[in-house]
Design a protein around this ligand. Structure first.
Ligand SMILES: [Zn+2]
Ligand SMILES: [Zn+2]
Ligand SMILES: [Zn+2]
Ligand SMILES: [Zn+2]
Length: 351
């Protein structure tokens, strides 16, 4: 027989009495301290436990924004969710939940608002002062409130390169030597700032110049994913034919410059080419500038970059040009979606 410890039976009166005794005996200050310690211990454990429950099943981090769940309730942060869908597109497989292997897709998975809100309430460390704050207030704190946040001197525009914690800003600005510099030195600083701005403006002034050309067309396109029939099939994109500049065209897209297996690579890019489909005469020369932008039905964040190509009867495919997306995540987002929606503007240069 196993030993069973049997607690001595106490009457209710006895328990109350002994508790009262303890209360009387305890020193109030110490007692308070102890409960506070206990509470912080419990809270810490609870936070840790919640971190383990609410974290993304893929990266194990607490999700920063949108949280998706599979039909069995496994959580995925937005970044990992799109990454899984993008990988599946590249491998030509059905995307599955990494926990339970059930199928996942945009229509099958739902958001989990309760988890999104709960994560917002959990504390996270400020990257500057290391204090713990609720996630929902962290961004505001790091941007406007934290006394350790990195700030630039107000004389940055005239060449001061100081960048330091906000609580030292006032002292620095009082003794900053920039305002005392000579006009010539300040002019130099202003010139280099102007240079950067001029480069940025160049692309816009180019577009404005092109807008006064005689032949301009604008088409909203849908790039659909297809697979090559190679031994190891590759994903590529193609639009249906469209008319522009009195000719027929298609746009083709490829991933990671047609690398053999882009699903293995973390760095992903999409590039595109413009293909002339109409048969043109041997003396025909179509000098075209083109730019891809976000269409009215698309969401992609793309930088405005103009490419050009001279199409002739035997040069009917432009080079592959990078679709200049803002972030790596943006590329996965496009791969994860059913189609890539964009707008192409074409300008014909007439000599
Ligand atoms: Zn994740
Ligand atoms: Zn699952
Ligand atoms: Zn802070
Ligand atoms: Zn300064």
């Amino acid at each position: 027989m196993a030993d069973v410890a049997i607690a001595p039976i106490e009457t209710v009166a006895e328990i109350c009495e002994s508790n009262e005794e303890k209360l009387e005996m305890a020193e109030p200050v110490k007692k308070k301290q102890k409960t506070e310690d206990d509470r912080s211990l419990i809270e810490e454990k609870l936070e840790q436990r919640l971190n383990g429950i609410l974290c993304c099943a893929v990266c194990l981090d607490l999700p920063r924004s949108t949280v998706f769940q599979c039909t069995n309730g496994h959580l995925m942060c937005a970044g990992c969710f799109t990454h899984l869908l993008a990988d599946a597109r590249l491998k030509n497989e059905q995307a599955t939940c990494p926990n339970c292997r059930c199928e996942i897709s945009k229509s099958m998975c739902s958001r989990n608002l309760a988890v999104e809100k709960a994560v917002c309430e959990l504390p996270a460390a400020c990257q500057y002062c290391n204090n713990y704050l609720p996630r929902s207030t962290l961004e505001f704190h790091e941007r406007q409130e934290c006394s350790d946040r990195l700030t630039n001197c107000k004389y940055q525009r005239i060449g001061c390169s100081w960048c330091g914690p906000y609580h030292e800003l006032q002292e620095h600005e009082q003794q900053c030597c920039r305002p005392q510099k000579s006009g010539a030195e300040i002019l130099e600083a202003l010139q280099s700032i102007d240079q950067i701005r001029d480069d940025e403006m160049k692309v816009y002034s180019n577009i404005f110049n092109l807008l006064s050309f005689e032949k301009i067309t604008l088409n909203d396109l849908q790039l659909r994913p297809y697979r090559t029939d190679d031994f190891i099939p590759r994903v590529y994109y193609e639009t249906s034919r469209f008319s522009a500049l009195d000719q027929q065209w298609v746009v083709k897209g490829q991933v990671n410059d047609n690398h053999r297996d882009p699903s293995q690579s973390y760095q992903r890019t999409i590039s595109y080419q413009l293909v002339l489909k109409s048969r043109v005469g041997s003396n025909c020369n179509l000098d075209v500038r083109f730019i891809v932008l976000k269409g009215p039905f698309g969401e992609m964040k793309v930088k405005p970059v103009i490419y050009n190509y001279e199409f002739t009867s035997d040069k009917y495919e432009s080079d592959y040009n990078l679709l200049p997306l803002f972030t790596l995540g943006e590329c996965n987002k496009l791969l994860a979606s059913k189609t890539i929606n964009c707008r192409i503007i074409m300008f014909q240069i007439q000599k």
